[in-house]
Design a protein around this ligand. Structure first.
Ligand code: IDC
Length: 338
């Protein structure tokens, strides 16, 4: 009897303490996208949440972290979450461009920016993608030793953070950099990540600037939580690339649009509304996840913020570029779905 009384008293104490406990937890957690969906995994041709329901990640990629570090801030991420309907941010770290990790970049400063971005996403209940942004270094093997070390440390640091995704190589490109070559690199890096983060979603770039997504099906990577990158710039890539994307999807390849824009592949030129609408339809048809390039006020069409706007958060519609307004419209509409 005494024991029962003691147990009841304990139960009462726990119940009374609950509101206090809830207050101590970060307020956003339960109500955010991440709070609702938890750890993701690859399912079919896309992503699913902890309960197995299909999920669409949508958001923005930073520009090169070294070039526009000021956009990695709480207000910016909060604005794209609350005003644009974004649920993810891609943290793009160039390897071989100016200020890159393998060139003259300050590695500690770059990793601190990644850490800041990952933490902000965690607080705001958004997903974070750590992107090893190869570009002029076309073949991912060029700096595979450094990539291995980088991903070993990143995945150790964020092992228990299920909102973190890893992108192995932005855009493999160049002569001879075909799917077997890229797959070989991925098969070197994936086990390194898996040792720390066995369940994390990994995005693998594909040859020809992440367009050869249809090459994967013949020989995919033997890893259940790897999804393949498809990048497009609507004014340069039209019906032919959409056909290849569909071919890949119909063959069962999981696809993630980890970078895209509606201007041309240089990041400049005019917007192609017609092609953009067709891409949007394809994204909707297959519930693809997508990240728009880029959260910056760079003086180029692709930048989502107007070049003459110095603000780094809380942008009004007028302060977004034409591209930014279009993409915000898309994300907002998709945000109503889940
Ligand atoms: C571009 C930037 C531009 C920068 C250039 C560096 O928008 O400001 O000067 O890189 O070479 C990609 C790449 C992405 C490119 C973007 C536009 O992943 O790094 O950013 N793009 O050219 N693939 C297709 C287009």
């Amino acid at each position: 009897m005494m024991r029962l009384k003691a147990q009841l008293a304990m139960l009462l104490a726990i119940v009374l303490c609950l509101p206090g406990l809830a207050e101590d937890a970060p307020k956003t957690e339960a109500e955010t996208f991440f709070g609702r969906h938890g750890a993701l995994h690859v399912s079919g041709t896309g992503l699913a949440d902890a309960a197995g329901a299909p999920v669409q990640l949508r958001g923005v990629s930073t520009h090169g972290l070294a070039w526009f570090p000021e956009f990695v801030n709480e207000g910016a991420f909060r604005t794209i979450r609350d005003d644009w309907g974004a649920n993810a941010v891609r943290l793009a770290m160039y390897t071989c461009e100016a200020g890159g990790y393998m060139t003259d970049g300050d590695r500690d400063a770059l990793e601190a920016l990644i850490d800041k971005g990952v933490n902000l996403c965690g607080q705001l209940g958004m997903y974070a993608i750590i992107d090893w942004h190869i570009l002029s270094d076309g073949d991912p093997h060029t700096h595979a030793d450094a990539a291995e070390d980088f991903f070993r440390r990143m995945s150790a640091r964020y092992a228990d953070w299920p909102h973190v995704l890893y992108e192995l190589c932005n855009e493999p490109n160049g002569k001879g950099v075909n799917w077997p070559v890229v797959r070989d690199y991925a098969e070197r890096i994936i086990p390194v990540i898996r040792a720390n983060a066995p369940e994390a979603v990994i995005i693998c770039g594909t040859p020809d600037w992440s367009q050869d997504v249809d090459a994967v099906a013949a020989d995919p990577i033997d890893d259940a939580n790897t999804i393949y990158a498809l990048h497009f710039y609507a004014a340069s890539h039209r019906i032919a690339l959409r056909a290849r994307a569909k071919k890949a999807l119909e063959a069962g390849t999981p696809v993630f649009v980890s970078e895209f824009n509606i201007c041309d592949a240089s990041g400049g030129g005019a917007i192609d509304e017609k092609s953009a609408a067709a891409w949007r339809e394809l994204i909707g048809d297959y519930n693809l996840s997508y990240m728009a390039w880029s959260l910056s006020n760079a003086d180029e069409t692709a930048a989502l913020i107007r070049a003459d706007c110095p603000k780094t958060s809380d942008w009004t519609g007028d302060e977004l570029s034409e591209t930014g307004r279009w993409l915000r419209g898309m994300m907002r509409e998709d945000g109503e779905k889940n």
